[in-house]
Write a protein that binds this ligand. Structure first.
Ligand code: FDA
Length: 504
């Protein structure tokens, strides 16, 4: 028999063939191409890449089990896709063929239990859908995950997940209480039946090495009725370098209610016709009213000279819209729109900073950014709750001792530019080496970067995988390999950067 026959027969006892027809798509099906591209965020990955034999979009947990069992039987690789925002497209592109995509778009129900301050969320839901559903039930709760509403719950929670609330409540992964997963044998497990090792691994170790995570039980966190946002911009001419230098020293020490990140981009110089400058936007979410924020800022960062008219008070869910980039007064239901707000070619990398970077170091960075007008840096302060959680509590190891994280991002519009842009990004990363964390030079898994190293397709060795594994997971890497070796000894769930199995 074929994969398709296996898949269709495996659940036919409970689901008729009409259901199966609207769930499995091959290349000659008219839905295949649009479904394949639907949630892809990085257009770079659609050029010259291998395509899946089938895309399966399950409506029920048992369909996922059947897809795994039949893939194993018929020698198919599996790629699992929730929101499709993987930076290197590992949820829908595979070096190993033939492969199928299990696209969880139809497994996205969310049930909020305000009384118990928890929720069950299926992996195919987006963060926007989750925030919307929480606010529909209560304005007193939120969830500490990322800012981009089209990011999928599956990738975000399994890789860590941070946003404007993480200095107070930790990562999305830190707020997971239970999960449901289909393992490499097609078995459906919950926290109790999977055991604490696997439950540990999928909260920051990346889901794709371990199985298909169907759903998560999460802890809702309290948010106050009024929060305050501000954005203050400084160009080089307005002392941006000095402001950022000060910011480095204080941002991770601010009160945990105060999140103040810095976004660096290239802008037109105000007075000087046609020439460029660096602009730094200091953007904040404060969990409380403006008056208290002004007092805190006056003590910690008086140089920014924040004023009441820079501040806007609003509800937490409105701040979600703001950080998602929607115009103020947009209706909340824009959070339900699953199509990415913009699609482009892009390359990104990440670093962790432990000592403030010198002004000379920053100036050298600005010079390099100035060459690429579509470059962007996002500097995210750590500290607060992040420093209270031990490095080994979850696989995500970047806790106390980090001042901030840098994300480097460059975008472009056509494949002609790809080589040059990636080359530029690599040289920027080389320039930054002396200023950032060393041995290992740490990186954030959810900003996946295949430049850090890749598995040989069928033959991931521990030594080879250590090159990137230690950067993403530091001392937690070995434990992830141990868990992987127990849960998936045949290395069925593998990809270019999956966790390897110890040699038997
Ligand atoms: P996708 O579906 O591509 O999956 C990512 C990886 O997880 C793949 O390897 C995939 O196989 C695996 N996976 C997905 N679902 C799974 C499941 N159910 N079971 C097992 N494995 C599964 N991050 C952050 O922390 N804070 C932020 O604010 C942002 N903001 C942001 C904005 C934009 C525009 C992008 C493109 C990305 C971010 N991110 C982010 C990074 C984001 O957290 C990261 O890309 C996530 O892995 C995306 O999750 P998706 O489910 O969308 O990706």
């Amino acid at each position: 028999g074929s994969f398709q026959q296996c898949f269709s027969s495996d659940f036919q006892h409970s689901y008729n063939s009409t259901t199966s027809g609207s769930m499995i798509f091959s290349k000659n099906n008219s839905t295949y191409a649009s479904l394949l591209k639907s949630s892809v965020r990085n257009l770079r990955l659609l050029i010259n890449s291998s395509e899946p034999q089938f895309i399966i979009s399950p409506f029920h947990d048992s369909h996922v089990q059947a897809a795994v069992i039949c893939s194993k039987k018929h020698g198919m690789q599996v790629r699992v896709r929730s929101g499709g925002h993987d930076y290197e497209g590992l949820s829908y592109v595979s070096d190993i063929v033939p492969f199928i995509i299990i696209d969880l778009v139809n497994l996205r129900s969310i049930s909020i239990d305000v009384e118990n301050e928890s929720a069950w969320v299926e992996s195919g839901a987006t963060l926007g859908e989750l925030y919307y559903k929480i606010s529909e039930k209560s304005n007193a709760y939120g969830f500490p995950a990322g800012s981009c509403p089209t990011v999928g719950v599956g990738g975000q929670l399994s890789g860590g997940g941070f946003g404007t609330l993480f200095r107070k409540y930790g990562l999305a992964a830190d707020n997971v209480m239970d999960a449901k997963i289909v393992d490499a044998d097609g078995k459906l497990l919950d926290r109790k039946s999977m055991g604490e090792d696997l439950f540990w691994a999928i909260r920051g170790g990346g889901g794709s090495s371990f199985g298909v995570i169907l759903a998560w039980k999460i802890r809702l966190v309290p948010v106050p009725p009024v929060v305050t946002i501000f954005k203050v911009k400084k160009t080089l001419e307005q002392g941006a370098t000095e402001h950022l230098h000060k910011w480095q020293a204080i941002a991770s020490k601010l009160h945990e209610d105060l999140f103040l990140h810095a976004v660096v981009n290239v802008a037109n110089a105000p007075s000087n016709g046609g020439s460029k400058t660096i602009q730094i936007s200091f953007i904040s979410l404060f969990l409380g009213p403006a008056e208290r924020l002004l007092l805190l800022m006056k003590v910690s960062f008086p140089e920014l000279a924040l004023e009441r008219n820079n501040c806007t008070e609003m509800s937490w869910i409105q701040s979600v819209l703001y950080f998602a980039g929607f115009p103020s007064r947009s209706p909340l239901r824009v959070l339900l729109d699953r199509s990415p707000q913009s699609k482009s070619f892009f390359k990104a990398k990440s670093d962790y900073v432990k000592e403030p970077i010198s002004k000379a170091g920053l100036e050298g960075l600005w010079q390099r950014l100035m060459v690429e007008q579509t470059s962007l840096l996002i500097l995210t302060p750590y500290g607060g709750k992040m420093s209270d959680i031990s490095d080994s509590e979850t696989p995500f190891p970047h806790r106390s001792g980090n001042l901030y994280q840098i994300q480097y991002l460059v975008t472009w519009d056509s494949d002609n530019e790809t080589q040059q842009q990636i080359g530029w990004m690599r040289s920027l990363y080389a320039y930054m080496a002396p200023y950032v964390s060393k041995s290992p030079r740490a990186a954030y898994l959810n900003y996946r970067d295949l430049d850090l190293g890749q598995n040989d397709n069928n033959n991931a060795s521990y030594a080879q995988a250590s090159t990137w594994g230690l950067k993403y997971f530091k001392n937690n890497f070995k434990r992830l390999v141990r868990v992987k070796t127990v849960i998936d000894p045949s290395n069925f769930f593998r990809n270019e950067q999956s966790i390897p199995v110890f040699p038997s």
